[in-house]
Design a protein around this ligand. Structure first.
Ligand code: PLP
Length: 410
């Protein structure tokens, strides 16, 4: 008899997006004329930069001739891309990362979900709340989280991210082995300072713990004092793995290209306390279960690092940041407290009431879709996430409608 992995039964249904879709669809049926503006999704809306399109097309053309055709590439990615990443994303910023410590992949979602396969079943986990759900759910699937009750799994140490700590969690009061951090954060939009990140690195070193650092939104950092990578912090090479993606940086959400950095000096331990290289383990995993990102896509990603590509990517991200600035201004004018939107595409608004009630109000009175905070964890109660991924015109219209709806006391 074929049996299932019963850990899957412990997963909470993806209630958030199902419920949002249901409420939007009911509203749409009742108001067929309504022009709904979606500021709820985390997907980009603008086209790929021209430099990427050009390199992408050139890559496709090469596939059309026997002389330039490429079949399977290196599982870890082509050197032309890994070299650019190492030089431009790390070495120029003083982070000591070499090309062969970079693993190119088809997404940070997959990588941040798959990485937990390397670790023992009974390690102690620290996961932020609110959180990008992938970290939590993939550990539920692996059976590390225990039972779910009152909105939480009993074996997880939740790192509360609240207004009191500026949405940057405090160090754990009890020992943990694996720590997930994401900055700039999804969903709160908060950033972490160099000094605070150093405290986490020091904690990991003292406790022989590992930090999984998700920097998918690093391109939105405009404050030069903030770290873009955990590897800009002294000592991180021994205790951190970093996830990066071209999705939000360059509009690759539908094109798929990302990378994970596993330094060769990063170690984990077996039951006898013997050290093992995580680089070697991840390389084994990656080359066993993954066959590389397509050649034209890697050429398109490489173009991000050309002078034209850099200028175009900067413009793309600035465009969304400008939207975020408008959302911040409007929310401030309406008297709301919020985080994010400065070095991040997300604005996390304290709605001063039940998040779903506020979601419904914005949908029904302004035709604007947002994301209710509780979908990201218990600490999201009373918050909504507004995304800056849309056209400026739509953001402007959405903000005008929200102002009118709330101004009318509705
Ligand atoms: N990490 C975070 C924090 C995200 O918010 C997202 C996407 O929304 C991802 C990773 C996924 O990135 P990718 O498109 O590379 O899978």
């Amino acid at each position: 008899m074929i049996r299932i992995n019963e850990n899957y039964l412990k997963l909470q249904s993806s209630y958030l997006f199902v419920e949002i879709a249901k409420r939007v669809s009911v509203y749409q049926q009742e108001n067929p004329e309504a022009d709904i503006i979606r500021l709820g999704i985390g997907d980009v809306t603008r086209a790929l930069p021209p430099a990427c399109i050009q390199a992408f097309s050139q890559g496709v053309k090469e596939m059309a001739a026997d002389a330039t055709f490429r079949g399977y590439g290196p599982e870890q990615g082509y050197d032309f891309l890994r070299d650019k990443i190492a030089a431009n994303d790390y070495q120029v910023r003083g982070a000591d990362i070499s090309s062969d410590e970079i693993f190119v992949s088809d997404g940070s979602k997959c990588d941040s979900g798959n990485i937990q396969e390397l670790f023992a079943g009974d390690i102690r986990l620290a996961i932020p709340d609110p959180v990008y759900p992938v970290y939590l759910d993939t550990n539920v699937m692996a059976g590390r989280t225990g039972e779910f009750a009152d909105g939480r799994y009993d074996k997880i140490l939740y790192l509360d991210s609240l207004p009191e700590n500026g949405f940057v969690p405090n160090l754990p009061a009890q020992p943990v082995d694996l720590i997930y951090l994401c900055f700039p954060n999804n969903p709160t939009g908060a950033s972490i300072s160099r000094d605070t990140l150093k405290l986490w690195v020091d904690y990991a070193r003292e406790n022989k713990a590992l930090i999984l650092y998700d920097a998918a939104y690093q391109a939105f950092i405009r404050d030069q004092a903030l770290p873009r990578s955990i590897f800009e912090i002294e000592g991180a090479r021994e205790v951190a793995i970093e996830f990066r993606s071209f999705s939000k940086t360059a509009g690759f959400t539908g094109t798929r290209c990302a990378f994970t950095v596993v330094p060769k000096t990063c170690m984990a331990y077996d039951g006898n306390g013997q050290k093992h290289s995580l680089h070697a383990l991840w390389n084994r995993r990656h080359s066993t279960k993954f066959n590389g990102v397509s050649y034209p896509v890697q050429r398109a990603a490489e173009a991000v690092y050309s002078p034209e590509g850099q200028a175009q990517v900067q413009e793309l991200v600035d465009y969304y940041l400008n939207n975020a600035g408008l959302i911040r201004e409007e929310m401030a004018a309406l008297g709301f407290e919020f985080a994010g939107g400065e070095n991040s595409p997300y604005i996390w608004v304290n709605c001063r009431r039940d998040a779903w009630e506020f979601f419904d109000l914005l949908l029904k009175k302004a035709g604007v879709v947002t994301t209710p905070g509780p979908g990201f964890g218990k600490c999201g109660e009373g918050f909504i996430r507004i995304s800056a991924f849309n056209s400026y015109a739509n953001v402007e219209t959405a903000m005008t409608r929200i102002r009118e709806a709330l101004g009318a006391g509705l």
